[in-house]
Design a protein around this ligand. Structure first.
Ligand code: ARG
Length: 464
């Protein structure tokens, strides 16, 4: 509960009961929102400057407040600040200490503001900076992926649908798919900046204030772009929290897809990649084991981040306007999602640097499962001018024949092929070459080596 200098609550003259209630013990948010101390002090300083500029408080009072707030900031940074868990939150904690340091004049600071606008202002500032932080981390991921992709243009692997061999691809093309995903994540995170740039400070408890405040001044000084337009909505709105959580969930989902894919590829059954010792763990009983725990950790964390999104959506559902205590949990949810996501990206970056493609196995697997069947059907269309459906059916017959005779495309003789399609010329065998297949996919966005090289250049330029 909020206390002043004498360790009494701000509302002591209204609420007379003295003993701490159970709710006071469990209902405070100080342990979570103390993370906002820098933002809170900055917001208070700018608020005090504005009150002075508008002649609402005197020069002397303003200076005392700023002096006190500076000291409090230093105390917190130097870990000399004593958090009293009887303070409901960081705002009340700082206010109490301000009273201790500068006396009754501390009481001027809360003129023309409420914790309702104060807490969202702090949170928006924090979220804006930390959104940028995540975007930075994603840029590192993109850089690492690009470096790997550059070295892997000619590494051939099977592309899968339904986890069955589908068509041959370059390993680089696969890696670049993740750059697209992380670029979209960056965009989603940045989209939220529009809302994060609307300044809530000055809307008061919910209806604005009768003091002649200057919201444009605080907007500018706190690096917002404009003041929010409706005081009731401002206090009630947590859409910017949801937008962040949705962007975080999607990004985490992308990470989990990568993690799962690498887990499968690392399995003894697939053996398409090797993880080096930095990103595996051992077993307590099976001496031979090298387990991909970090990847499983990444896959699992997505569940926690989705949980954050669902918690916030549920808290907001049916909540009347404007502020209610329900909203207090928004900070814990945001911090959890941020911590989990930023740690996940950092860990993923480690993983990306510490695995390698097993080129031979990739190539061998790519040669299985009649992976060039589509190329063969396309060949019939191009060379013999067949409708695609006819070409598809002839190819299916050839595949069936191979299966029956226990052969692959490359071990078929031309006479066997001609029994099924008499018009075939000898050069058909080039169709079964994986490199040819990949290089033929020159359509924009396809896996041809040339396309990939162009895309790598494009992403590099974009990153600068
Ligand atoms: N600790 C509160 C929170 O984080 C601060 C806002 C309090 N406002 C109020 N009217 N109780 O949500």
């Amino acid at each position: 509960m909020a206390k002043n200098k004498n360790n009494q609550s701000v509302w002591k003259n209204r609420i007379l009961k003295k003993n701490p209630t159970f709710f006071e013990k469990i209902g405070n948010s100080i342990d979570v929102d103390k993370r906002l101390f820098k933002e809170d002090i900055k917001v208070s300083m700018i608020h005090a400057e504005m009150l002075f500029k508008q002649k609402i408080i005197s020069f002397k009072v303003k200076n005392k407040i700023i002096f006190g707030l500076n000291r409090i900031r230093n105390e917190i940074i130097k870990k000399k600040f004593v958090y009293n868990n009887k303070d409901e939150d960081i705002h009340m904690s700082i206010e109490r200490r301000l009273f201790e340091l500068i006396g009754e004049e501390a009481g001027y600071l809360h003129t023309a503001r409420s914790r309702n606008d104060q807490v969202i202002t702090d949170l928006k500032i924090w979220l804006k900076n930390n959104t940028k932080q995540i975007v930075k981390l994603l840029n590192f991921s993109i850089k690492i992926i690009l470096e790997k992709a550059e070295k892997s243009v000619h590494v051939i692997m099977p592309g899968f649908t339904h986890l069955k061999n589908a068509q041959p691809i370059s390993f680089s093309h696969y890696l670049l798919a993740y750059i697209e995903m992380f670029n979209r994540d960056k965009k989603r995170l940045n989209n939220n900046l529009d809302s994060l740039n609307e300044n809530p400070l000055g809307v008061g408890a919910l209806s604005g204030t009768s003091f002649k405040i200057d919201r444009l001044y605080t907007t500018k000084k706190l690096n917002f772009l404009k003041p929010s337009r409706n005081s009731i909505d401002t206090v009630a709105d947590r859409d910017f929290v949801l937008d962040f959580l949705y962007a975080a969930s999607t990004c985490s989902m992308h990470i989990s897809r990568l993690a799962e894919e690498l887990i499968i590829w690392n399995s003894d059954a697939f053996d398409l990649i090797s993880l080096n010792d930095r990103i595996v763990t051992g077993s307590s009983i099976m001496p031979q084991k090298k387990n991909p725990d970090p990847l499983e950790f990444l896959r699992g964390k997505t569940g926690t981040i989705y949980g954050n999104l669902f918690s916030m959506l549920t808290i907001l559902k049916g909540l009347p306007l404007s502020y209610y205590k329900d909203l207090q949990d928004d900070k814990k949810i945001i911090f959890d999602a941020f911590d989990n996501l930023s740690n996940s990206i950092l860990l993923m970056n480690e993983v990306l640097k510490n695995f390698s493609a097993n080129k031979t196995q990739m190539y061998e697997l790519a040669n299985k499962g009649f992976i060039t069947a589509t190329d063969l059907a396309d060949y019939f269309v191009k060379e013999l001018n067949y409708p695609f459906r006819k070409a598809y059916n002839i190819t299916a017959k050839i595949v069936n024949y191979c299966e029956k005779k226990n052969k692959t495309f490359t071990t078929l003789t031309i006479s066997e092929l001609r029994k099924i399609e008499p018009k075939l010329s000898k050069d058909v065998t080039k169709i079964f070459d994986l490199k040819n297949s990949i290089n033929s996919k020159k359509s924009f966005g396809g896996t041809s080596f040339d396309n990939i090289k162009k895309m790598i250049k494009y992403y590099k330029k974009e990153l600068k």
